[in-house]
Structure formats: structure tokens, C-alpha cells
Design a protein around this ligand. Structure first.
Ligand code: NDP
Length: 284
């Protein structure tokens, strides 16, 4: 074995709180190794009071970028130099990219979802039902609208959050959005092309929790996506497959957003299969 010529690595980071159970590092470091890149991705617990210092630290130490997660996705914006257009619309950043000496905020959650969806259909002109109105729903709703979805129904328990997403979509994008209060099992309109489950229902360890929809209204023509990455085959995904629907698992979306971040930081197109295998190992 020959000694390396340089002992200085390129660094990416993840800031969040709590963050220890987030498996992004495992997935990305596997891909760095696979592509022969001497890069590291470090998972760091950062409190809201320390966020400004943490971003200053990123700059001072020349980090190449990274991710931020709860509770920093909105608060980080004021510490960055530039925000990419769709992230600015959502008002949330989950990915930071260093360009020269500038830190640019991106949002890859919705883009990762779109990569999965585009493998099975073109979102243009589609009528979509979004369950949920939190961070994931905002990211996915904005990207679907910018990709030409004709109609988006936001079905949510909390009225303020649901209406705020509908207002954003109607004011800032060309789609037609409607709010539906989710206080009983939701019946899908017959015109639905795509159903996207964007709530945290069914996330491990709460794997038996069921999404309140009337499954008799789930036709086999509807494409069903669930954002829950763990377990990949949620109850909804299983029901959709039994009805003959095309079903998109949240694990695929999680891999795809990692693929986009990897390319933004390194310029290299990573092998998604390597990243998926790493996550499957973690979730097994
Ligand atoms: P938020 O906390 O921002 O939003 C949660 C949403 O779920 C809200 O709309 C909330 O409704 C709804 N919700 C939660 N519990 C229930 C319930 N019992 N009944 C009805 N609605 C409910 O979370 P995020 O949007 O950031 O994340 C949501 C999920 O998406 C997480 O599980 C996360 O793991 C996953 N995710 C997956 C990604 C991937 O790449 N696969 C990427 C990002 C997130 P209300 O407004 O009424 O409270």
C-alpha cells in the first residue's frame, strides 16, 4: 500500500438536532469510496443558537457543502449568500453548495421525488393529491407545480398549514391548488393521476399506522408515492401494489436527493445502486 500524497480531505457536513439517527453519511461515504473520492461527510449535532457559528465554521474550514435538516431548514437561509429559485419559493433549504467563496442554498427533497416520478410518468398536466402540508409536502408541491402539474389538492389535518401551501402554489406557480381539510377518510377524486403521501405516518417505529384514505377510491391507474423511506414498503405502498398501481417508495426519493447533492458538491454522477444498497443495509 502506498502512502497518499495529500492528507487533506474535502469535507461535507450534515447539521441537525437531533441528527444521530440520520443515515445520510453512511450512504454518501459509501459513494465517495466507490468513486475513489477522498471526501468525508460528517454528521454534526448543531443547536439553533449555534447555527450561525456553524455556518461560519463551514466557511472558515472550506467545507464543500452539505445538508441541513430539522430544525435548520428555514433558519439557515439568512446565513447563506444565495438561494436557488425553487428553494427560495419553498422558503426551505436542505442542501448547501459552495461555489467559489459563496454558499448557495438548494432544496433537493422535491427534486429527488421528481426524479422518481419521471421514471414512470411526465408530471406535466397531471392532477395530483398531496397528503400533508409540512416540509416534504411543500418541497414536492412546488417542484410538481414548476414541472407543470395541472392541479394539486393539498389534503391536511391542520388548516393553516394546508392553506398556506395552497396560497404559495396559487400565487407563485402556474398550477391550480385547492385545500381539503383532512378530518375523515379521504376519497380520491376520480380524476386523480398521482397520489403523494407526504406525512410522517408509517415511519419506523410506527409502522402499523395507516393513512386515512378510502381505499375503494384508489384506482389502479393512480400512481402512488410515499415519502416514508423506512420501511420502504409502507402499508400504503403495499395496498397500492395489490390494486395494480405503480408504487414509488420513499427510499428511492431519499437516494435520488442524495444523488443530486453528490453531483452538486463533487461534479461526479454517483452510482445510485451503491447508495441504495447502503441505505438498505441501514434499514434492514
Ligand atoms: P413535517 O413535520 O414538516 O410535516 C408533517 C406532516 O405530516 C404535516 O402535514 C402533518 O399534518 C402530517 N401528519 C403527521 N402525523 C399525522 C397524522 N397522524 N394524521 C394526519 N397528518 C399527519 O415533516 P416533513 O414534511 O419534514 O416530513 C414528513 C415525512 O417525510 C417524514 O416522515 C420524513 O421522514 C419524510 N421525508 C422523506 C424524504 C425522502 O427523501 N424520502 C425527504 C424528506 C422527508 P399537520 O400539519 O396537520 O400537523
Amino acid at each position: 500500500m502506498t502512502a497518499p500524497r495529500s492528507f487533506q480531505q474535502e469535507i461535507c457536513s450534515l447539521f441537525g438536532q437531533p441528527v444521530a439517527e440520520n443515515p445520510t453519511q453512511y450512504m454518501l461515504e459509501r459513494a465517495f469510496q466507490h468513486h475513489g473520492l477522498d471526501w468525508r461527510y460528517i454528521t454534526l449535532e448543531v443547536s439553533p443558537e449555534n447555527l450561525a457559528d456553524a455556518v461560519r465554521g463551514m466557511r472558515a474550514m472550506g467545507f464543500r457543502g452539505g445538508n441541513c435538516t430539522i430544525p435548520h431548514k428555514v433558519a439557515v437561509i439568512e446565513h447563506l449568500d444565495e438561494i436557488a429559485p425553487s428553494a427560495a419559493l419553498m422558503g426551505a433549504v436542505n442542501c448547501i453548495v459552495r461555489r467559489g467563496d459563496r454558499l448557495v442554498g438548494e432544496n433537493t427533497d422535491g427534486k429527488g421525488f421528481l426524479t422518481s416520478l419521471r421514471e414512470v410518468t411526465d408530471p406535466r398536466g397531471k392532477r395530483v393529491v398531496l397528503l400533508g402540508a409540512g416540509g416534504a409536502a411543500r418541497a414536492i408541491g412546488v417542484e410538481l407545480a414548476l414541472a407543470g402539474a395541472a392541479e394539486i389538492r393539498v389534503v391536511n389535518r391542520n388548516t393553516d398549514r394546508g392553506e398556506s401551501l395552497v396560497e404559495l402554489l396559487n400565487e407563485k406557480t402556474p398550477t391550480h391548488a385547492h385545500f381539503v381539510l383532512w378530518n375523515k377518510a379521504y376519497s380520491l377524486p376520480e380524476t386523480t393521476d398521482v397520489l403523494v403521501q407526504c406525512t410522517s405516518i408509517g415511519l419506523y417505529p410506527d409502522v402499523d399506522a395507516r393513512v386515512a384514505i378510502d381505499l375503494d377510491t384508489l384506482r389502479k391507474e393512480v400512481i402512488v408515492a410515499d415519502v416514508i423511506p423506512n420501511p420502504p414498503a409502507t402499508h400504503l405502498i403495499q395496498e397500492a401494489k395489490q390494486r395494480g398501481c405503480i408504487a414509488l417508495e420513499g427510499l428511492g426519493m431519499l437516494v435520488n436527493q442524495g444523488v443530486i447533492g453528490f453531483k452538486l458538491w463533487t461534479g461526479v454522477d454517483p452510482d445510485p445502486a451503491v447508495m441504495r444498497a447502503a441505505l438498505e443495509e441501514v434499514f434492514a
